[in-house]
Unconditional design. Structure first.
Length: 279
């Protein structure tokens, strides 16, 4: 893969990650049921990929199983944000994750530059205030933003934990077991969740696209691009996920954000780009 092809694959992966948010509007199921379907289809696709490549799947370690539980919480909170508010609000709450990575990271390099971290945090907070000027749990936008921030924190936690695993394990195997464990964790929750319903054939088709295209394929493209693209450049492109998501939601859902949301988005994306330079 050339550098140009790797960069194209990286942008395609980020666009697919952003596209996943729209399924929270298209699939008429609770958040836990959506994530159960997503992770189950993704795990099956990744298991097939490993089999075709002749790579052993093995068994998950306790650390990997723990990451699967965190992944389940991350995606459930993300789709809860989409369903509570809008794709833009959910993605912008999630976009706070680079700041949480800086807070959670325990390396000497991450602990350096305290002033820069506070400045990044100030940008994120200012952007969130612009998006939701009056914080109240009864307000749908406030609830959506709160769930989006939980999604950002859990993704940051997952990222920090995964860094120690990727160095000594196959990324596809890591993704397989994280998705499989997430599905197992969510099975009893989805079964007894209030408002549960059996998925229709259309829902199953959308879940298959979400799990295979926006999860297994997106992760494969992202990992493949990392062989040619430096980690810093990849983190900067990944920080553009809210931009892709807002454009896709405006085009396919008619969710056109207001000026306050766009101003908040500019601040949060800028903070994400700055923080990504430190990851």
């Amino acid at each position: 893969m050339s550098t140009g092809s790797a960069l194209l694959a990286l942008h395609a992966a980020v666009a697919l990650f952003a596209f996943a948010a729209l399924f929270g509007k298209w699939i008429a199921l609770p958040a836990a049921a959506i994530v159960l379907g997503r992770t189950a289809f993704a795990a099956l696709a990744l298991a097939l990929t490993l089999r075709v490549r002749g790579r052993p799947a093995g068994l998950p370690t306790p650390a990997l199983a723990g990451n699967g539980a965190i992944l389940a919480l991350h995606w459930v909170s993300f789709f809860a944000a989409v369903q509570s508010a809008s794709v833009a609000v959910a993605l912008l709450g999630y976009a706070s994750f680079p700041l949480f990575v800086l807070v959670l990271e325990r390396t000497p390099a991450a602990r350096a530059g305290t002033i820069g971290r506070w400045a990044t945090g100030a940008l994120v907070i200012a952007g969130l205030v612009l998006i939701v000027p009056a914080f109240s749990w009864s307000d749908r936008a406030s609830r959506g933003l709160a769930w989006g921030i939980v999604s950002g924190f859990t993704f940051a936690w997952l990222t920090v934990r995964n860094r120690s695993l990727v160095a000594g394990d196959d990324p596809a195997r890591i993704a397989l077991w994280q998705n499989a464990v997430a599905a197992v964790c969510l099975l009893p929750i989805a079964a007894f969740e209030p408002g549960r319903a059996w998925p229709s054939p259309q829902d199953l088709a959308l879940l298959a696209v979400l799990g295979i295209g926006c999860t297994a394929l997106a992760h494969t493209l992202f990992i493949a691009s990392m062989r040619r693209i430096p980690a810093h450049a990849a983190s900067v492109v990944a920080a553009l996920e809210p931009v892709y998501g807002i454009v896709l939601a405006a085009w396919l859902l008619g969710e056109v954000p207001g000026l306050r949301t766009l101003a908040g988005a500019a601040l949060i994306v800028t903070a994400a780009l700055v923080a990504s330079r430190r990851l």
